[in-house]
Write a protein that binds this ligand. Structure first.
Ligand code: 3PG
Ligand code: MG
Length: 415
């Protein structure tokens, strides 16, 4: 069993509603760590759009808004053109066009140019700072760096759900510095919404509660599976992690990706589930390839996978089985793809589950998906808004499924 304690309900944190922001500068920590293509263009701007309700609420209150985020994983030794928030600035400016003037200043968040831009900022304006991780203090959780950021605002708003499992300076040391200075540190609208949806789904689930878990590795999802077993009726397992489970059951997996060191753990989860009367649904057939590449020879295999073949997606019978489980649910929480989704034709299983979860939503189920892959599969299925809630957090939503508590949320003012 996990030793983690449950997340504090978001109702126990102060929110932007409680802020008197008129004429004041408010510091918003957002998670603008958006996916980009090789040319640096943003491929999914959900995280930027997700922060707009908070920014607009503050503007409506008459505030000047400073927004800061990390982006990628730069060295922490200063400005790097390839990790600049410039593309995010352009998108934010488009999204707020006609609503607010959006400015961008500085090479690193605490240089003179940034500090001067903060001082010059007027109510109704938004200033985006450069990548927080350009300064080494951010990843280190450094109090001195956080102190400089704290001086930028009369209040702090955490709206960075996607980074809320991190203890970076702007996430934990900064709200503490605000607290020490007698300034408010509150939850933004997106953070509120994410904690509310995921928190309620885990603490007060609608039943039947079906969790759909996929992705390559059991090791990444082990803690989530253990925590979910306490709460769900059924866990549907897809993706390459299913092959480790099948190996644990003595089913031949051919050349499929298996984590040999996780086979015993997988067997333990299967036993646990049985002992507690939970169902774990595994794929019963597979779309196999010779190797993971577009154009590889494929074969649909029921049961044992022969040598020379690797399972790369769930097969049609499994699609049906998984879809039925989703359609019968009153609540679905989904994390991770069912197959090698980026490579056709191995996206079919994930798309089938996407459609089934969308159908469950239309029939009244609460459906929540987390993780960048899942959002991409919704877009690919042409169903971007078909679920009750699509989380902007990958790692953060997974840690919530694990039952972890976030220091960054604990550091906000109690309501
Ligand atoms: C994410 O994309 O998962 C968050 O923005 C956190 O980023 P990180 O994994 O680099 O800390
Ligand atoms: Mg990440």
């Amino acid at each position: 069993m996990s030793e983690a304690t449950a997340m504090p309900p978001v109702a126990t944190r102060r929110t932007v509603d409680s802020l008197d922001a008129k004429g004041k500068t408010v510091f918003v920590r957002a998670d603008f760590n958006v996916p980009t293509d090789d040319a640096g263009a943003i491929t999914d701007d959900r995280r930027i759009r997700g922060a707009l309700p908070t920014i607009e609420a503050l503007l409506a209150k008459g505030a000047a808004v400073v927004v800061a985020s990390h982006f990628g994983r730069p060295a922490g030794t200063g400005y790097e053109a390839g990790e600049s928030l410039k593309p995010v600035f352009e998108r934010l400016r488009q999204l707020l066009a006609g609503k607010a003037e959006v400015l961008f200043a500085g090479q690193v968040p605490t240089d003179d140019a940034s500090a001067a831009a903060v001082r010059a900022l007027r109510p109704g304006q938004v200033l985006l700072l450069e990548n927080l991780r350009f300064e080494k203090g951010e990843k280190k959780g450094d109090a001195a760096f956080a102190g400089k950021l704290a001086a930028y605002g009369a209040a702090y708003v955490n709206d960075a759900f996607g980074a809320s499992h991190r203890a970076d300076a702007s996430m934990v040391a900064l709200p503490r510095a605000m607290h020490a200075a007698g300034k408010p540190a509150v939850a933004g609208r997106l953070l509120e919404k994410e904690l509310r949806f995921l928190g309620a789904a885990l603490e007060r689930p609608q039943r039947p509660f079906v969790a759909v878990v996929g992705g390559a590795k059991v090791s990444d999802k082990l803690a989530a599976l253990a925590n979910l077993l306490d709460r769900v009726d059924t866990i549907v397992v897809g993706g390459a992690m299913a092959y480790t489970f099948l190996r644990a059951m003595g089913v031949a997996t051919g050349n499929s990706l298996v984590e040999p060191e996780m086979v015993d753990k997988a067997r333990g989860i299967l036993h646990d589930a049985q002992a507690r009367g939970r169902t774990i649904l595994l794929p019963v057939d597979h779309v196999c390839g010779r190797r993971l590449e577009a154009g590889t020879e494929t074969s649909t295999v029921v049961g044992a996978i022969p040598d020379g073949w690797m399972g790369l997606d769930i097969g049609p019978r499994s699609q049906q089985l998984f879809a039925e489980a989703c359609r019968g649910a009153r609540q679905v929480v989904w994390n991770g793809p069912m197959g090698a989704f980026e490579t056709k034709p191995f996206d079919a299983g994930t798309l089938a589950v996407t459609r089934a979860v969308a159908e469950a939503t239309r029939a009244g189920a609460v459906t929540i998906a987390g993780g960048g892959d899942t959002a991409a599969s919704l877009d690919a299925a042409g169903l971007p808004d078909a679920l009750t809630h699509v989380s902007t957090g990958g790692g953060a939503s997974l840690e919530m499924l694990e039952g972890k508590r976030f220091e960054s949320v604990d550091a906000l003012d109690a309501a």
